[in-house]
Ligand binder design. Sequence first.
Ligand code: NAI
Length: 433
Amino acid sequence: MYDLIILGGGPGGYHAAGLAAKAGLKTTLFEKRSLGGVCLNEGCIPSKALLHSAKIFDYAKGEGAKYGVNCKEAALDYPAAVARKDKVVATLITGIESTLTKAGVEIIRELGVIKGKAAGGFQVEAAGKGYTARYLLICTGSEPVIPPIKGIEAAMQSRDILALTEIPRTLAVIGGGVIGLEMASLFNSAGSKVTVYEMTDKVAGPFDREISDALQKVYEKKGVAFKLGTAVGDVAALGVEKTLCCVGRKPAITGFGLEALSIPVQKGAVLTDEFMKTGVPGVFAAGDVNGKYMLAHTAYREAEVAVNNILGRRDMMEYHAIPTVIYTNPEAAGIGHTLESAKEQGIAATETKLPLYHSGRYLAENEGGNGVCKLVWSGNRLIGGHILGNPASEIVSTLSALLYRETSAEQIKKIIFPHPTVAEIIKEAVYHA
Ligand code: NAI
Protein backbone atom coordinates (compact mmCIF):
# COMPACT_ATOMS: atom_id res chain seq x y z
CA MET A 1 0.00 0.00 0.00
CA TYR A 2 1.40 3.37 -1.08
CA ASP A 3 0.61 6.82 0.24
CA LEU A 4 0.73 8.37 -3.21
CA ILE A 5 0.56 7.12 -6.79
CA ILE A 6 1.52 9.64 -9.47
CA LEU A 7 0.62 9.04 -13.11
CA GLY A 8 3.05 10.79 -15.46
CA GLY A 9 6.72 11.70 -15.00
CA GLY A 10 6.83 15.15 -16.63
CA PRO A 11 7.63 18.39 -14.75
CA GLY A 12 4.45 18.14 -12.64
CA GLY A 13 4.82 14.44 -11.86
CA TYR A 14 8.53 14.23 -11.14
CA HIS A 15 8.58 17.41 -9.04
CA ALA A 16 5.61 16.16 -6.98
CA ALA A 17 7.20 12.72 -6.56
CA GLY A 18 10.44 14.17 -5.19
CA LEU A 19 8.65 16.51 -2.78
CA ALA A 20 6.24 13.83 -1.55
CA ALA A 21 8.96 11.24 -0.95
CA LYS A 22 11.18 13.76 0.86
CA ALA A 23 8.23 14.59 3.11
CA GLY A 24 7.96 10.91 4.03
CA LEU A 25 5.16 9.71 1.76
CA LYS A 26 5.60 6.27 0.26
CA THR A 27 5.44 7.36 -3.37
CA THR A 28 5.40 5.58 -6.70
CA LEU A 29 5.63 7.27 -10.08
CA PHE A 30 4.40 5.68 -13.32
CA GLU A 31 5.98 6.83 -16.57
CA LYS A 32 5.46 4.89 -19.78
CA ARG A 33 8.08 6.73 -21.83
CA SER A 34 11.03 8.68 -20.53
CA LEU A 35 11.22 10.72 -17.30
CA GLY A 36 10.96 14.46 -17.91
CA GLY A 37 7.86 14.40 -20.10
CA VAL A 38 7.35 16.44 -23.25
CA CYS A 39 9.25 19.43 -21.82
CA LEU A 40 12.52 17.61 -21.31
CA ASN A 41 12.34 14.97 -24.05
CA GLU A 42 10.74 16.76 -26.96
CA GLY A 43 9.99 20.36 -26.04
CA CYS A 44 11.51 23.07 -23.87
CA ILE A 45 14.99 21.66 -23.34
CA PRO A 46 15.90 20.13 -26.73
CA SER A 47 14.59 23.22 -28.52
CA LYS A 48 16.70 25.49 -26.32
CA ALA A 49 19.82 23.43 -27.00
CA LEU A 50 19.29 23.66 -30.77
CA LEU A 51 18.32 27.35 -30.64
CA HIS A 52 21.59 28.02 -28.83
CA SER A 53 23.58 26.35 -31.62
CA ALA A 54 21.58 28.41 -34.14
CA LYS A 55 22.35 31.65 -32.27
CA ILE A 56 26.09 30.93 -32.28
CA PHE A 57 25.87 30.16 -36.01
CA ASP A 58 24.06 33.47 -36.62
CA TYR A 59 26.96 35.33 -35.00
CA ALA A 60 29.53 33.30 -36.90
CA LYS A 61 27.94 33.77 -40.31
CA GLY A 62 27.61 37.53 -40.13
CA GLU A 63 25.95 39.00 -37.04
CA GLY A 64 29.29 38.94 -35.28
CA ALA A 65 30.63 41.53 -37.73
CA LYS A 66 28.46 44.15 -35.99
CA TYR A 67 30.65 43.61 -32.94
CA GLY A 68 33.94 43.57 -34.82
CA VAL A 69 34.17 39.80 -35.04
CA ASN A 70 34.59 38.27 -38.48
CA CYS A 71 34.60 34.57 -39.25
CA LYS A 72 36.00 33.51 -42.59
CA GLU A 73 34.14 30.24 -42.80
CA ALA A 74 31.11 29.42 -40.73
CA ALA A 75 29.28 26.14 -40.97
CA LEU A 76 26.50 24.58 -38.97
CA ASP A 77 27.21 20.92 -38.34
CA TYR A 78 23.56 20.13 -37.63
CA PRO A 79 24.04 16.44 -36.75
CA ALA A 80 26.63 17.57 -34.18
CA ALA A 81 24.18 20.13 -32.77
CA VAL A 82 21.53 17.38 -32.56
CA ALA A 83 23.98 15.02 -30.85
CA ARG A 84 24.76 17.72 -28.28
CA LYS A 85 21.03 18.33 -27.76
CA ASP A 86 20.55 14.60 -27.12
CA LYS A 87 23.42 14.64 -24.63
CA VAL A 88 21.89 17.56 -22.72
CA VAL A 89 18.54 15.75 -22.56
CA ALA A 90 20.14 12.46 -21.45
CA THR A 91 22.11 14.24 -18.70
CA LEU A 92 18.98 15.86 -17.33
CA ILE A 93 16.98 12.62 -17.44
CA THR A 94 19.72 10.87 -15.47
CA GLY A 95 19.69 13.74 -12.98
CA ILE A 96 15.95 13.45 -12.40
CA GLU A 97 16.17 9.70 -12.02
CA SER A 98 18.97 9.93 -9.50
CA THR A 99 17.24 12.71 -7.49
CA LEU A 100 14.02 10.70 -7.31
CA THR A 101 15.73 7.46 -6.43
CA LYS A 102 17.71 9.17 -3.65
CA ALA A 103 14.47 10.67 -2.32
CA GLY A 104 13.00 7.16 -2.17
CA VAL A 105 10.53 7.32 -5.06
CA GLU A 106 9.71 4.01 -6.70
CA ILE A 107 9.74 4.59 -10.46
CA ILE A 108 7.67 2.20 -12.58
CA ARG A 109 8.34 2.46 -16.29
CA GLU A 110 4.91 1.39 -17.45
CA LEU A 111 1.56 2.88 -18.34
CA GLY A 112 -0.40 3.04 -15.07
CA VAL A 113 -4.16 2.57 -15.54
CA ILE A 114 -6.69 3.53 -12.86
CA LYS A 115 -8.97 0.61 -12.05
CA GLY A 116 -11.17 2.05 -9.31
CA LYS A 117 -11.35 2.49 -5.56
CA ALA A 118 -11.70 -0.17 -2.90
CA ALA A 119 -11.68 0.10 0.89
CA GLY A 120 -7.88 0.11 0.83
CA GLY A 121 -7.52 3.03 -1.58
CA PHE A 122 -7.14 3.88 -5.24
CA GLN A 123 -6.19 0.97 -7.45
CA VAL A 124 -3.83 1.28 -10.40
CA GLU A 125 -2.70 -1.50 -12.70
CA ALA A 126 0.50 -1.61 -14.75
CA ALA A 127 1.80 -4.53 -16.81
CA GLY A 128 -0.64 -6.89 -15.11
CA LYS A 129 0.36 -5.88 -11.57
CA GLY A 130 -1.87 -4.06 -9.09
CA TYR A 131 -0.92 -1.10 -6.89
CA THR A 132 -2.98 0.68 -4.23
CA ALA A 133 -2.54 4.14 -2.71
CA ARG A 134 -4.31 6.52 -0.35
CA TYR A 135 -3.92 9.43 -2.79
CA LEU A 136 -3.70 9.72 -6.55
CA LEU A 137 -2.06 12.54 -8.48
CA ILE A 138 -2.73 12.81 -12.21
CA CYS A 139 0.06 14.46 -14.20
CA THR A 140 -0.52 12.95 -17.64
CA GLY A 141 0.25 16.14 -19.53
CA SER A 142 -0.96 17.05 -23.00
CA GLU A 143 -0.74 16.06 -26.65
CA PRO A 144 -0.67 18.04 -29.90
CA VAL A 145 -3.94 19.17 -31.46
CA ILE A 146 -4.25 17.71 -34.96
CA PRO A 147 -6.44 20.04 -37.05
CA PRO A 148 -8.76 18.65 -39.74
CA ILE A 149 -6.51 19.69 -42.64
CA LYS A 150 -6.11 17.58 -45.79
CA GLY A 151 -2.81 15.69 -45.73
CA ILE A 152 -2.02 16.67 -42.10
CA GLU A 153 -0.78 13.11 -41.39
CA ALA A 154 2.27 13.94 -43.49
CA ALA A 155 3.12 16.96 -41.34
CA MET A 156 5.61 16.82 -38.47
CA GLN A 157 4.74 17.55 -34.84
CA SER A 158 7.24 19.36 -32.60
CA ARG A 159 8.60 15.97 -31.47
CA ASP A 160 9.46 15.06 -35.08
CA ILE A 161 11.05 18.35 -36.05
CA LEU A 162 13.35 18.25 -33.01
CA ALA A 163 14.51 14.79 -34.08
CA LEU A 164 15.42 15.85 -37.66
CA THR A 165 19.09 15.48 -38.48
CA GLU A 166 18.94 17.27 -41.82
CA ILE A 167 17.82 20.79 -42.59
CA PRO A 168 14.91 20.94 -45.06
CA ARG A 169 15.34 23.41 -47.92
CA THR A 170 11.77 24.63 -47.45
CA LEU A 171 9.64 24.48 -44.33
CA ALA A 172 6.00 25.46 -43.81
CA VAL A 173 4.94 26.10 -40.22
CA ILE A 174 1.21 25.84 -39.54
CA GLY A 175 0.51 27.94 -36.44
CA GLY A 176 2.33 31.12 -35.47
CA GLY A 177 2.28 30.52 -31.71
CA VAL A 178 5.21 29.77 -29.39
CA ILE A 179 6.32 26.55 -31.05
CA GLY A 180 5.84 27.98 -34.54
CA LEU A 181 7.97 31.04 -33.83
CA GLU A 182 10.75 29.14 -32.06
CA MET A 183 10.99 26.54 -34.84
CA ALA A 184 10.78 29.22 -37.55
CA SER A 185 13.69 30.93 -35.79
CA LEU A 186 15.76 27.74 -35.54
CA PHE A 187 15.30 26.60 -39.14
CA ASN A 188 15.66 30.09 -40.56
CA SER A 189 19.06 30.35 -38.87
CA ALA A 190 19.93 26.85 -40.07
CA GLY A 191 19.20 27.80 -43.70
CA SER A 192 15.63 26.68 -44.47
CA LYS A 193 13.25 28.93 -46.40
CA VAL A 194 10.50 29.21 -43.78
CA THR A 195 6.87 30.31 -44.20
CA VAL A 196 4.61 30.64 -41.17
CA TYR A 197 0.85 30.24 -41.71
CA GLU A 198 -1.22 31.75 -38.91
CA MET A 199 -5.00 31.70 -38.78
CA THR A 200 -5.45 34.90 -36.74
CA ASP A 201 -4.25 38.41 -37.59
CA LYS A 202 -1.17 38.27 -35.34
CA VAL A 203 1.62 35.93 -34.28
CA ALA A 204 2.37 34.90 -30.68
CA GLY A 205 -1.23 34.44 -29.53
CA PRO A 206 -2.19 36.58 -26.54
CA PHE A 207 1.22 38.29 -26.35
CA ASP A 208 1.25 42.10 -26.34
CA ARG A 209 0.39 43.10 -29.93
CA GLU A 210 3.14 45.68 -30.37
CA ILE A 211 5.75 43.15 -29.23
CA SER A 212 4.27 40.40 -31.43
CA ASP A 213 4.32 42.70 -34.46
CA ALA A 214 7.88 43.85 -33.74
CA LEU A 215 9.04 40.23 -33.39
CA GLN A 216 7.38 39.35 -36.70
CA LYS A 217 9.18 42.28 -38.38
CA VAL A 218 12.55 41.11 -37.03
CA TYR A 219 11.95 37.68 -38.55
CA GLU A 220 10.67 39.09 -41.84
CA LYS A 221 13.98 40.94 -42.09
CA LYS A 222 15.78 37.66 -41.46
CA GLY A 223 13.85 36.10 -44.37
CA VAL A 224 10.88 34.32 -42.77
CA ALA A 225 7.59 34.79 -44.65
CA PHE A 226 4.37 35.20 -42.66
CA LYS A 227 0.88 34.51 -44.01
CA LEU A 228 -1.48 35.87 -41.39
CA GLY A 229 -5.23 35.34 -41.45
CA THR A 230 -4.57 32.10 -43.33
CA ALA A 231 -6.07 28.75 -42.38
CA VAL A 232 -4.27 26.08 -44.37
CA GLY A 233 -6.66 23.72 -46.20
CA ASP A 234 -4.27 21.27 -47.85
CA VAL A 235 -0.73 20.45 -46.76
CA ALA A 236 0.33 19.30 -50.24
CA ALA A 237 -0.73 22.68 -51.69
CA LEU A 238 1.98 24.37 -49.62
CA GLY A 239 4.56 22.85 -51.97
CA VAL A 240 7.32 22.48 -49.38
CA GLU A 241 9.78 19.78 -48.42
CA LYS A 242 8.62 19.62 -44.79
CA THR A 243 5.64 20.92 -42.83
CA LEU A 244 5.41 21.44 -39.09
CA CYS A 245 1.99 21.48 -37.47
CA CYS A 246 1.85 23.38 -34.16
CA VAL A 247 -1.66 24.68 -33.62
CA GLY A 248 -1.83 24.09 -29.87
CA ARG A 249 -1.95 21.23 -27.39
CA LYS A 250 -4.81 19.53 -25.52
CA PRO A 251 -4.89 17.74 -22.16
CA ALA A 252 -4.11 14.00 -22.29
CA ILE A 253 -7.19 12.53 -20.61
CA THR A 254 -7.68 9.17 -22.29
CA GLY A 255 -6.13 5.73 -22.05
CA PHE A 256 -5.37 5.65 -18.31
CA GLY A 257 -8.76 4.96 -16.73
CA LEU A 258 -10.01 8.41 -15.76
CA GLU A 259 -13.55 7.04 -16.23
CA ALA A 260 -13.02 4.25 -13.65
CA LEU A 261 -13.34 6.88 -10.92
CA SER A 262 -15.72 9.19 -12.85
CA ILE A 263 -13.25 12.05 -12.42
CA PRO A 264 -15.03 15.20 -13.69
CA VAL A 265 -13.78 16.59 -16.98
CA GLN A 266 -14.68 19.98 -18.44
CA LYS A 267 -13.84 21.19 -21.96
CA GLY A 268 -11.54 18.22 -22.44
CA ALA A 269 -9.51 18.88 -19.25
CA VAL A 270 -9.51 17.39 -15.75
CA LEU A 271 -11.32 19.88 -13.58
CA THR A 272 -9.21 21.13 -10.65
CA ASP A 273 -9.77 23.72 -7.93
CA GLU A 274 -7.19 26.06 -6.40
CA PHE A 275 -5.93 23.22 -4.17
CA MET A 276 -5.40 21.02 -7.27
CA LYS A 277 -8.17 18.74 -6.06
CA THR A 278 -10.29 17.03 -8.72
CA GLY A 279 -13.98 16.31 -8.19
CA VAL A 280 -13.08 13.00 -6.50
CA PRO A 281 -11.81 13.29 -2.90
CA GLY A 282 -8.23 12.03 -2.65
CA VAL A 283 -7.53 12.51 -6.36
CA PHE A 284 -5.43 15.51 -7.38
CA ALA A 285 -4.22 16.72 -10.79
CA ALA A 286 -1.39 19.05 -11.82
CA GLY A 287 0.13 20.29 -15.07
CA ASP A 288 -1.16 20.43 -18.64
CA VAL A 289 -3.87 17.83 -17.92
CA ASN A 290 -6.02 20.53 -16.26
CA GLY A 291 -5.73 22.70 -19.38
CA LYS A 292 -5.19 25.95 -17.46
CA TYR A 293 -1.71 27.22 -18.31
CA MET A 294 0.10 24.57 -20.30
CA LEU A 295 3.58 25.52 -19.17
CA ALA A 296 6.17 23.47 -17.29
CA HIS A 297 6.66 26.17 -14.65
CA THR A 298 2.91 26.21 -13.90
CA ALA A 299 3.04 22.42 -13.53
CA TYR A 300 5.90 22.72 -10.99
CA ARG A 301 3.91 25.09 -8.79
CA GLU A 302 0.68 23.10 -9.15
CA ALA A 303 2.62 19.98 -8.11
CA GLU A 304 3.82 21.77 -4.95
CA VAL A 305 0.26 22.84 -4.13
CA ALA A 306 -1.07 19.29 -4.67
CA VAL A 307 1.61 17.68 -2.48
CA ASN A 308 1.22 20.26 0.29
CA ASN A 309 -2.53 19.66 0.42
CA ILE A 310 -1.99 15.88 0.46
CA LEU A 311 0.34 16.44 3.42
CA GLY A 312 -2.37 18.48 5.14
CA ARG A 313 -0.51 21.77 4.65
CA ARG A 314 -2.90 24.31 3.20
CA ASP A 315 -1.54 25.79 -0.02
CA MET A 316 -3.33 27.49 -2.88
CA MET A 317 -2.58 27.92 -6.56
CA GLU A 318 -2.53 31.51 -7.81
CA TYR A 319 -2.55 32.20 -11.53
CA HIS A 320 -2.05 35.97 -11.65
CA ALA A 321 1.73 35.95 -12.13
CA ILE A 322 2.60 33.28 -14.68
CA PRO A 323 5.32 34.30 -17.14
CA THR A 324 5.49 33.24 -20.77
CA VAL A 325 8.67 33.31 -22.83
CA ILE A 326 9.27 32.91 -26.55
CA TYR A 327 12.88 31.82 -27.04
CA THR A 328 13.41 33.49 -30.37
CA ASN A 329 16.38 35.78 -31.00
CA PRO A 330 15.51 38.35 -29.73
CA GLU A 331 13.57 36.71 -26.94
CA ALA A 332 10.13 37.94 -25.94
CA ALA A 333 8.60 37.51 -22.51
CA GLY A 334 5.44 38.65 -20.82
CA ILE A 335 3.54 38.32 -17.57
CA GLY A 336 0.17 39.45 -16.31
CA HIS A 337 -2.06 41.91 -18.13
CA THR A 338 -1.45 43.64 -21.41
CA LEU A 339 -3.21 46.99 -21.79
CA GLU A 340 -5.67 45.21 -24.07
CA SER A 341 -6.47 42.34 -21.68
CA ALA A 342 -6.87 44.79 -18.78
CA LYS A 343 -9.37 46.83 -20.82
CA GLU A 344 -11.28 43.66 -21.73
CA GLN A 345 -11.68 42.95 -18.01
CA GLY A 346 -12.78 46.49 -17.24
CA ILE A 347 -9.56 47.39 -15.40
CA ALA A 348 -8.58 51.04 -15.81
CA ALA A 349 -4.95 50.44 -16.74
CA THR A 350 -2.08 52.61 -17.92
CA GLU A 351 1.14 51.67 -19.65
CA THR A 352 4.75 52.79 -19.42
CA LYS A 353 6.92 52.04 -22.44
CA LEU A 354 10.67 52.36 -22.66
CA PRO A 355 13.02 51.26 -25.47
CA LEU A 356 15.71 48.91 -24.18
CA TYR A 357 18.49 51.16 -25.54
CA HIS A 358 18.01 53.13 -22.29
CA SER A 359 19.95 50.23 -20.74
CA GLY A 360 23.72 50.54 -21.18
CA ARG A 361 24.13 46.78 -21.03
CA TYR A 362 21.52 46.26 -23.74
CA LEU A 363 23.16 48.83 -26.00
CA ALA A 364 26.57 47.25 -25.43
CA GLU A 365 25.37 43.80 -26.42
CA ASN A 366 22.55 44.33 -28.93
CA GLU A 367 23.74 46.35 -31.92
CA GLY A 368 20.72 47.75 -33.79
CA GLY A 369 18.26 46.03 -31.44
CA ASN A 370 14.62 47.16 -31.35
CA GLY A 371 13.98 45.96 -27.77
CA VAL A 372 11.27 47.44 -25.62
CA CYS A 373 9.96 47.14 -22.07
CA LYS A 374 6.29 47.78 -21.34
CA LEU A 375 4.85 47.93 -17.84
CA VAL A 376 1.12 47.87 -17.19
CA TRP A 377 -0.32 49.56 -14.10
CA SER A 378 -3.58 49.61 -12.23
CA GLY A 379 -3.15 52.86 -10.31
CA ASN A 380 0.40 52.53 -9.04
CA ARG A 381 0.25 48.72 -8.78
CA LEU A 382 2.13 46.64 -11.34
CA ILE A 383 -0.25 44.24 -13.15
CA GLY A 384 1.72 43.38 -16.28
CA GLY A 385 5.17 43.46 -17.84
CA HIS A 386 6.27 42.70 -21.41
CA ILE A 387 9.73 42.67 -22.90
CA LEU A 388 11.17 42.23 -26.36
CA GLY A 389 14.96 41.85 -26.35
CA ASN A 390 17.64 39.65 -24.86
CA PRO A 391 17.65 38.30 -22.23
CA ALA A 392 13.88 38.73 -21.76
CA SER A 393 13.66 35.14 -20.48
CA GLU A 394 15.82 36.08 -17.48
CA ILE A 395 14.46 39.60 -16.89
CA VAL A 396 10.90 38.29 -16.64
CA SER A 397 11.82 36.45 -13.40
CA THR A 398 12.19 39.85 -11.77
CA LEU A 399 8.78 40.82 -13.10
CA SER A 400 7.38 37.53 -11.71
CA ALA A 401 8.53 38.45 -8.22
CA LEU A 402 7.22 42.01 -8.53
CA LEU A 403 3.84 40.94 -9.90
CA TYR A 404 3.40 38.12 -7.43
CA ARG A 405 3.72 40.66 -4.64
CA GLU A 406 1.65 43.24 -6.56
CA THR A 407 4.50 45.67 -5.97
CA SER A 408 3.87 49.40 -6.23
CA ALA A 409 5.92 51.89 -8.24
CA GLU A 410 7.23 53.42 -4.99
CA GLN A 411 8.44 50.03 -3.76
CA ILE A 412 10.16 49.23 -7.07
CA LYS A 413 12.04 52.54 -6.86
CA LYS A 414 13.57 51.36 -3.56
CA ILE A 415 14.85 48.06 -4.98
CA ILE A 416 18.52 47.97 -5.97
CA PHE A 417 19.13 46.33 -9.36
CA PRO A 418 22.65 45.26 -10.29
CA HIS A 419 24.39 47.54 -12.80
CA PRO A 420 24.94 47.09 -15.66
CA THR A 421 22.11 44.65 -16.38
CA VAL A 422 19.27 44.81 -18.87
CA ALA A 423 16.81 44.14 -16.02
CA GLU A 424 17.54 47.65 -14.73
CA ILE A 425 15.17 48.76 -17.48
CA ILE A 426 12.30 47.88 -15.14
CA LYS A 427 13.34 50.48 -12.57
CA GLU A 428 14.21 52.94 -15.33
CA ALA A 429 10.73 52.46 -16.81
CA VAL A 430 9.16 53.12 -13.42
CA TYR A 431 11.04 56.44 -13.23
CA HIS A 432 9.76 57.25 -16.72
CA ALA A 433 6.13 56.57 -15.67
P1 NAI B 1 -0.08 28.02 -29.42
O1 NAI B 1 -1.43 27.97 -28.81
O2 NAI B 1 0.97 28.85 -28.79
O3 NAI B 1 -0.19 28.54 -30.92
C1 NAI B 1 -0.98 27.91 -31.89
C2 NAI B 1 -1.26 28.89 -33.00
O4 NAI B 1 -1.83 28.17 -34.08
C3 NAI B 1 -2.25 29.97 -32.63
O5 NAI B 1 -1.70 31.23 -32.92
C4 NAI B 1 -3.48 29.65 -33.49
O6 NAI B 1 -4.18 30.81 -33.89
C5 NAI B 1 -2.84 28.96 -34.68
N1 NAI B 1 -3.73 28.06 -35.42
C6 NAI B 1 -4.66 27.20 -34.91
N2 NAI B 1 -5.21 26.49 -35.93
C7 NAI B 1 -4.61 26.88 -37.08
C8 NAI B 1 -4.72 26.51 -38.44
N3 NAI B 1 -5.55 25.54 -38.81
N4 NAI B 1 -3.95 27.15 -39.36
C9 NAI B 1 -3.08 28.12 -38.96
N5 NAI B 1 -2.94 28.51 -37.68
C10 NAI B 1 -3.67 27.89 -36.75
O7 NAI B 1 0.37 26.49 -29.58
P2 NAI B 1 1.77 25.82 -29.93
O8 NAI B 1 2.70 26.81 -30.53
O9 NAI B 1 1.42 24.60 -30.70
O10 NAI B 1 2.32 25.41 -28.54
C11 NAI B 1 1.59 24.49 -27.73
C12 NAI B 1 1.87 24.70 -26.28
O11 NAI B 1 3.19 24.31 -26.00
C13 NAI B 1 1.74 26.13 -25.84
O12 NAI B 1 0.44 26.39 -25.38
C14 NAI B 1 2.73 26.21 -24.73
O13 NAI B 1 2.09 25.94 -23.53
C15 NAI B 1 3.71 25.11 -24.96
N6 NAI B 1 5.01 25.65 -25.37
C16 NAI B 1 5.59 26.63 -24.65
C17 NAI B 1 6.80 27.16 -25.02
C18 NAI B 1 7.41 28.25 -24.24
O14 NAI B 1 6.91 28.57 -23.19
N7 NAI B 1 8.48 28.87 -24.73
C19 NAI B 1 7.50 26.68 -26.20
C20 NAI B 1 6.78 25.69 -26.90
C21 NAI B 1 5.59 25.20 -26.48
